[in-house]
Design a binder for this molecule. Sequence first.
Ligand code: ZN
Ligand code: ZN
Length: 453
Amino acid sequence: MLMELKSLTEKQENILVHELSQCYRIEHFVAQFPNVETREKAVEIIDRVLRRCKLESNGVASQLDEDARICYAILHMLSHELVLQFLGPCKQKYPKCIHFFKLSAAMNGFLSQYEATIYDANAGLKIDPNYYELLYDKAVALRLLDKDMNEAIEAYRAFLTIAPKDHRKVPESYYAMANCYFELHQRDISTDIVKKVYEQGEEAEKVQLPCFLPYNSNNKTELKFMFDRKSPPNVNVVAPLLDRKSRLLDPHRIRVIKQHRQWQAALLEARNDSMYTLMSGSHEPRAQQQAVESLIGLKPISLREIDPTKDHVYNGYVLSVTIIEDAYSWTPSIHLVIEDEHLDCERMFIYGFPEGHGKYLTSKVFTLGSKMSIMNPYLRLGGSDMKSSVRIDDFSSIIMQNESERVLNMCRCCGTSNALHVCGKCKQAHYCTKECQITDWKLYGHKLICKKQ
Ligand SMILES: [Zn+2]
Ligand SMILES: [Zn+2]
């Protein structure tokens, strides 16, 4: 309807809202728009229907109003705080609609408010005790709360009892449980139950759909490291330590990060300057990047499989990355630097995000250490400099990974998590060692961005 009709009648709008919300109720990941314009059109229609419900029915509950609210929450999902505020009254007005509780639990999870996630999950489970998506959210929240590992294990077991065997969170649940047992047994990796539950995770991977493979799990990576080395690792270690350090001398990496920081520094300087508008100009892309209707069937791709000399959209692929340099500005696009599983890095420009959300997205969503997947990634060659970057035009092609996957207090230099030293001057940059701090200053020009925000 969105693509075929130029404008919709009220009746058609109502049908659209109902069908879209039904689709979101089943699985919102697979409901993607073919392009930015269509998505914006949908956003406008939802706003209109919501206003109409408010005016016409005087705030009385109705199916249409409920449907429109679900669509609104999903379409603005990346703005966690905004959606969370929106969901408060929804839960009161529609206490029988489990989806508002599910969404609210997810938003609280993104914001690391695990007590609130558990509260939402329990409220939703009163409506339907077999709603396994909520059982899973509750288990994750209990584990991350880090209070009672036995309670967390019990919650994962409750999820596993009901969830389909090929649900994409089944292997992860076993790895997470193995990690809970590991904690319970004073981090002794030779404990039988840890090994046993870990192997159940590997077994469960065998019935996963091909689109979810190779299976991605921080819990698995951490435990595997322990089994292999039998010595304590850094959490989130993806590659051997040697690779992590040696890549710091890669000239491409140094150029990409320095260039990004120069841009950021110039923006900070020019914020109240007329130069700002001058710098903000952008060139039209040569190719069109779009999300797809479904993640199913997409093949994983990494930066080294992408040709840096070709302006090309990799349709049918999905690129999974971690943010290693964040943005202070969002005009005309959000500039980031990302790193993939092989620790290769590239610049990333995000266009097409909802108007007015720039500040929120740069400060809350696209933050250091956050992980995301890009459907149909576009390797763009710069309009004037011909330098490569990953360009996103269709905002819905970004899927943010769960907050629990985020690399916390990431070292600004080498990327390891839980880096405890903080730059004395800007009080922003974390470093794992003095050595990393010196490298970041000398090779990567930390000086450029070493300012109080
Ligand atoms: Zn470091
Ligand atoms: Zn600093």
